[in-house]
Design a protein around this ligand. Structure first.
Ligand SMILES: [Mg+2]
Length: 218
């Protein structure tokens, strides 16, 4: 019997890719206005900055840290990072957060799960600070019983350590727990290898998401 549902956050509970694009556009506008570079130069450098950070850090939460992307971007564009990287980081997240709202199924589903005494967990690859900020912005932070980020585990999904940690926090056995996510490898294969049940989300069909997730519980 399912007594807990663990959700991935990005692109599962809200459209992360669209929000990140807003952040990137804000940086593009700032850099092309202030530093006499073209949009192509900006975009080439932004992609390269991400690649450099990811290559250096591998499967860690810090590999997604926009502070490091902005610092590396400044270095690539020969802009003094100490003068601009923090400003750019804040600008990125302010723009991304402004667009950040839950998919329509999230609130009614959380309400129903809580009504059935089913615990709610969040299992997510990124740094704790920014994921807490997202949960607050999405208005669901108080409805979540436990969160695990890859920052605190030191590795990312699909590493079993991530799934074991959220089960420990929720005090649940794998078979009592449903993992819901958008990524077949990270969320679904990862959870199944730990003995949890995995459900891949299809956000286009809101009604079906609620119905199908509740069918595991009822
Ligand atoms: Mg995701």
């Amino acid at each position: 019997m399912i007594r807990a549902v663990v959700f991935d956050l990005d692109n599962t509970l809200y459209p992360a890719t669209e929000c990140y694009e807003q952040g990137r556009l804000a940086l593009e506008s700032f850099c092309t206005t202030h530093f006499q570079i073209t949009r192509d130069q900006f975009n080439e450098s932004f992609v390269k900055a991400k690649q450099i950070v990811k290559q250096q850090l591998g499967n860690t939460a810090a590999s997604h840290n926009r502070m490091l992307y902005c610092q590396t971007l400044c270095e690539l564009l020969s802009i003094h990072p100490l003068s601009y990287a923090l400003k750019m980081y804040d600008m990125y997240w302010e723009s991304a957060m402004r667009k950040m709202v839950c998919y329509p199924f999230v609130r009614p589903l959380f309400h129903k799960l809580r009504g059935k005494n089913v615990k709610i967990g969040i299992l997510t690859d990124l740094t704790a600070h920014i994921q807490y900020r997202k949960l607050k912005q999405l208005g669901i932070i108080d409805a979540v019983d436990a969160v695990v980020t890859s920052e605190e585990v030191g590795t990312e999904k699909p590493d079993p350590k991530m799934f074991v940690r959220i089960l420990e926090k929720l005090k649940m056995k794998p078979r009592e727990t449903l993992m819901v996510g958008d990524n077949i490898v990270k969320d679904i294969s990862g959870s199944r290898s730990t003995g949890m049940i995995g459900y891949r989300i299809s956000v286009e069909k809101t009604d079906e998401v609620i119905k199908e997730i509740l069918s595991f519980i009822e």
